[in-house]
Design a protein around this ligand. Structure first.
Ligand code: PHE
Length: 346
């Protein structure tokens, strides 16, 4: 058995010597040192030997095992490092090469317009109302009733308002004005908030109208708020948003929840007031509705109209973006054409 062991050792040592790769070494390890390897076979035979022989052969077997293990692992280390270096050499990265272009998205022009308008009003002392004050799925109570809109008002008509089948009286909001009610039911004056969001109307879609669009609602309620404050805030907003050069006009109007009411027009950016298709020949484009909060609305939410007064406004985000960037079709915002959207990278 001793000879057998020595023979195994010589063979194994020669094999190791010849080995050229990590894989060769693994095979050798398996052949000689594996569970079913040659050394183990001999160790299994030890039990039939005399005690003395057991000792001598056993310790020789162990010695050989250890020697082989250590030469294999030494060589393994070398090979491993060599192979790793070779691999790294092959995968060398030239950090001076130009990078690969990865297309990435950017903020949608309606989002950036909204952000811009919001930050203008923030600079004028308004804060954004909490989200829960501005749900898109709304009840008639908030969208109409509390805004002093009569039960038979044509705006409630199914031709304008999307009614849902979630429950009777549940609508997709047709205006952000419901946010006024949510806020006033939850907060005492002074109140100075804006509420941006999406609204829905059952319109025939064309270059000027889509069946959903975006508004920014504003509300200011405190003691001694006057129409002068309304004009001051809105003029200041328009001056910052459009720059001083764009003429505006306040036009007498009607909304059930404001009294008096006004609509604000900006001179048409396409024709500069001469009259064109975009402004239907008038030279003006309407950008917002506004007015003094109707005393009935204040009473409804428990605010005493003899002590407090306020103004409210609602502006169309698409309109404001179209005017600023000379966009002549509202549908461009919604049909995901990257040739359009990429112009607003920035
Ligand atoms: N909610 C009105 C609309 O959608 C705009 C408006 C808001 C008017 C607030 C007055 C006050 O047309």
């Amino acid at each position: 058995m001793k000879e057998q062991l020595e023979k195994i050792y010589t063979e194994a040592a020669a094999d190791i010597e010849k080995a050229g790769t990590v894989k060769d070494l693994e095979d050798i390890k398996f052949k000689y040192l594996g569970r079913k390897g040659e050394l183990n076979e001999i160790k299994k035979g030890l039990k039939d030997l005399s005690d003395n022989d057991k000792k001598v052969v056993g310790s020789l077997a162990n010695e050989i095992t250890q020697k082989l293990e250590s030469t294999i692992s030494e060589k393994f280390q070398n090979f491993y490092m060599q192979e790793l270096n070779k691999k790294l050499e092959g995968e060398k990265i030239d950090v001076t090469l130009p990078g690969q272009y990865v297309p990435h998205g950017h903020v949608h022009p309606l989002t950036s317009t909204t952000n811009e308008i919001v930050s203008i009003f923030q600079s004028l002392g308004f804060s954004v109302a909490p989200n829960e004050c501005s749900p898109e799925v709304e009840t008639e109570y908030f969208n109409f009733d509390m805004l002093n809109v009569p039960k038979d008002h044509p705006a409630r008509d199914v031709q304008d308002t999307f009614f849902t089948n979630l429950a009777p009286n549940v609508v997709l909001r047709s205006q952000t004005s419901g946010a006024q009610i949510h806020v006033m039911e939850n907060q005492k004056p002074p109140i100075r908030i804006i509420a941006p969001g999406r609204v829905y109307r059952n319109e025939n879609i064309n270059a000027r109208k889509n069946n959903f669009f975006h508004q920014i609602e504003g509300l200011y309620v405190d003691k001694d708020i006057t129409f002068g404050d309304l004009k001051g805030v809105l003029n200041e907003f328009i001056r910052i948003y459009f720059g001083a050069s764009r003429p505006t006009r306040f036009r007498n109007s009607f909304f059930p929840f404001t009294e008096p009411s006004a609509e604000v027009d900006v001179q048409c950016i396409m024709c500069e007031g001469k009259g064109c298709r975009t402004c239907s020949g008038t030279g003006w484009l309407e950008i917002l509705g506004a007015g003094m909060v109707d005393p009935n609305v204040l009473k409804g939410v428990g605010i005493d109209p003899d002590v407090y007064s306020g103004f409210a406004f609602g502006m169309g985000v698409e309109r404001l973006a179209m005017l600023k960037y000379a966009i002549d079709d509202i549908r461009l915002f919604f049909n995901d054409d990257v040739r359009f959207l990429e112009q607003f990278k920035g």
